[in-house]
Design a protein around this ligand. Structure first.
Ligand SMILES: Nc1nc2c(c(=O)[nH]1)N[C@H]1C(S)=C(S)[C@@H](COP(=O)(O)O)O[C@H]1N2
Ligand SMILES: [Mo]
Length: 241
């Protein structure tokens, strides 16, 4: 296994064969949490140590793979979801889902590209431009980067302020003309169109303006902080895993 592909560490061929034997590929995402629980107990300590290896192999529909670095994520609704904006800003605040929905929505259609090789062509995302949220908060002069946190309690991501202000970076509320499902990181995920999909943090709960880039979850484990598709450590032409 390539050392630059930590998403796949702990998911050696043995597990793939196991998953294949169980026919997981055909089962679909609805059964995934149950199956993950079952597999975890079956595989024991090794699986608990690296749940990514298991979840990364599960299908998420329409050519997507389901990724989570934790084995279960609470579901949030319009009643319970909050997105907090804080750090080096003049006006820290939190948004409800309805408040995000009420803001002007932007639409971007691009290929989704995971760093491990799978790609989903021409996928529509809709949501609120991150620049709009940053402008509303008023980034202080010392603010140079953004740290994103998630209500899965583990994942994080980062962007420089310049990257965050791009027109094709948003807090996404919809994907493929539907509300973002829980498995795709709903009700709101970060969507960074020009970068590998690991930048697009699911289950977004926090946007913190920081004085410098704080590397995110996978970046601490070897991925490039600047994750431009084709210019980073991905393998665009690798076969789908
Ligand atoms: N919170 C969270 N966000 C995440 C991840 C994760 O494990 N946890 N995985 C990333 C990676 S590596 C990919 S490829 C995509 C997968 O998104 P999907 O599950 O909607 O296909 O989510 C990204 N965002
Ligand atoms: Mo990924």
């Amino acid at each position: 296994m390539d050392e630059k592909q930590p998403e796949q560490r702990g998911a050696p061929v043995g597990r793939r064969i196991l998953l294949g034997t169980l026919g997981l590929g055909a089962v679909g995402v609805a059964a995934a949490p149950v199956l993950q629980g079952g597999l975890e107990s079956f595989l024991g300590a090794a699986a608990r140590k690296d749940p990514t290896g298991l979840t990364g192999l599960l299908p998420n529909g329409g050519g997507f793979r389901y990724y989570s670095v934790v084995s279960s994520v609470p579901e949030k609704t319009a009643a319970t979801f909050r997105l907090t904006v804080n750090g080096l800003v003049d006006r820290p605040r939190s948004y409800t889902l309805d408040e995000l929905r009420a803001l002007p929505q932007t639409r971007v259609v691009r290929d989704v590209q995971c760093v491990t090789g799978w790609r989903v062509p021409q996928t529509t995302f809709e949501g609120v431009k991150l620049s709009r949220i940053l402008d509303a908060a008023g980034v202080k002069a010392r603010g140079r980067a953004i740290r994103f946190t998630c209500f899965d309690g583990a994942y994080s991501e980062s962007l420089t302020l310049d990257q965050a202000r791009r027109d094709d970076v948003m807090v996404a509320l919809r994907m493929r003309d539907e509300p973002l499902s829980h498995t795709h990181g709903g009700p709101a995920r970060l969507y960074v169109a020009p970068m590998y999909f690991y930048k697009s943090a699911k289950w977004l709960s926090g946007i913190t303006v920081t004085p410098q880039v704080v590397p995110g979850y996978w970046e601490e484990r070897g991925y490039d902080v600047d994750a431009w598709v084709g210019r980073s450590n991905g393998r665009d032409d690798a076969p789908t895993v």
